[in-house]
Design a protein around this ligand. Structure first.
Ligand code: GLO
Ligand code: MG
Length: 431
């Protein structure tokens, strides 16, 4: 057991082969089909102090090996102190999307940096210590609308090979339903039935891409599902149309999970799914509520006037936080996608505490940063917002783990919230 823990590094082929040779019988009771992608990449994965047998390229695919005697032994429930220690040692896995290395255009001006190739971005992602990439459907298959299903399959598979070679997992795929002329008036809630059909067809193709890339996670940012003008659409009907769209996706592929990413406004004046409460409520109306969860973006919660830490706790009470877009936002303005912690370190600290206390990542979920460089950023500083967000996150994990819980409990019992407030500030200031 110790040998395995000490030697096994997920990236080491030698260690993987060694473990597979010695403990190969642990595959008993797992769900991989011989010859499948998951089977080829099967190996031991340790997450949140627990061992799993699963797909190394996409740790979201993992199997709890209670039926394998060796793993049952090392995964036996631990006494409280040991469990706490393990939780404290949890390693997070990080992710970003190709759009997070952006060129600086805004509604008032052109790009300020030249575009970079996808291959360059993938290389940087690995170099910076990230584990996975998130995709829009047309990041994976550019110009998707003009391509046949056979092309879509071919290009997705080529991309999958590229990701495998780089040792990077695809975290999720999201249909980009806000760019096409057919989604000007919304996608699933457009007033034009032909446009609604386009949105569904495109979403189902997005599910195909996810399957080829080896992820079961679909993210729906419902960008244009709302109105500029209240009288332009019927809110009740729009809710029903959204449920119908979710149902079609759930029926099309029984394995996929859908994470709804709420945002209250921008590009719309009012969106139909503005908060996590709305996302989880609409999940209940679908044909398979268990497969509809959510994704919290810090900036979107702040734009809704909410504390992202409360949104995290709420979603995780339902066991439905399957992805995360950490970033920051300075008040009720345009969506800023600032580096994590950049505007309000305390709000960032509380998000990390919420993730820690709920065990985020334990089931293979990634910490994704949906951040953008400032428009003024020079090419040579182009990746700093990603490096800094990850660094701030990890430092705040340390802060969360060294927070004086005992004193905090006493102060809460005394209702001495002024002292509690100051204790938090001094902890964050390092004094
Ligand atoms: C914009 C959203 C956007 C989505 C991405 C994935 O406000 O945050 O970046 O997260 O397109 O669908
Ligand atoms: Mg986002």
């Amino acid at each position: 057991m110790c040998l395995c823990r000490g030697l096994y590094q997920p990236d080491s082929h030698i260690a993987r082969k060694f473990c597979a040779a010695i403990f190969g019988w642990a595959q008993l009771g797992t769900t991989t089909k011989p010859g499948s992608h998951a089977h080829r990449n099967a190996g031991f994965i340790r997450q949140a102090g627990e061992w799993h047998w699963g797909c190394r390229m996409n740790p979201a695919f993992r199997w709890w090996c209670q039926e394998a005697p060796f793993l049952a032994l090392i995964s036996r429930p631990t006494p409280y102190a040991a469990a706490t220690l393990m939780a404290k040692q949890r390693q997070y896995q990080f992710c970003f999307g190709p759009w997070n290395i952006s060129e600086g255009q805004d509604p008032y001006g052109p790009p300020t940096r030249p575009p970079q190739t996808f291959d360059w971005k993938l290389k940087q992602l690995k170099k910076l210590g990230f584990d996975a990439m998130m995709f829009h459907d047309d990041d994976a298959v550019p110009d998707i609308d003009g391509k046949s299903d056979a092309h879509l399959r071919k290009e997705s598979k080529e991309l999958k090979q590229k990701l495998d070679d780089a040792g990077v997992a695809a975290e999720m795929v999201a249909p980009r339903l806000w760019f096409s002329p057919k989604t000007i008036d919304g996608a699933y809630t457009s007033n034009d039935p032909k446009c609604r059909q386009y949105a569904i067809d495109r979403s189902l193709r997005c599910l195909d891409i996810a399957g080829y890339l080896g992820t079961d996670l679909i993210v729906l940012w419902l960008a244009r599902e709302g109105t500029y003008l209240r009288e332009a659409k019927n809110g009740r009907r729009s809710t029903e149309l959204l449920v119908q769209a979710l149902d079609k996706m759930l029926a099309y592929n029984k394995k996929i999970h859908i994470s709804i990413e709420p945002k209250p406004n921008e590009p719309m004046d009012h969106a139909y799914i503005p908060t996590i409460g709305h996302a989880l409520a609409i999940a209940q109306l679908t044909r398979d509520p268990k497969r509809v969860g959510c994704l919290i973006e810090s900036a979107h919660a702040i734009l809704a006037g909410l504390d992202p830490a409360d949104e995290i706790d709420f979603a995780m009470t339902f066991g439905k936080l399957w992805s995360l877009h950490l970033n920051d936002q300075n008040g009720l303005k345009f969506d800023q996608d600032k580096p994590f912690g950049s505007s309000n370190l305390r709000v960032a600290f509380n998000q990390v505490r919420a993730l820690e206390r709920n065990g985020y990542g334990k089931h293979g979920e990634y910490v994704c940063f949906d951040v953008h460089p400032f428009r003024t950023t020079k090419v040579e500083h182009w990746l700093a917002h990603l490096v800094n967000s990850r660094r701030t996150f990890l430092r705040l994990v340390r802060k969360a783990r060294t927070y004086d819980e005992k004193t905090a409990r006493q102060l809460i019992a005394d209702r001495d919230y002024a002292a509690l407030d100051q204790m938090v500030l001094e902890h964050l200031m390092g004094e």
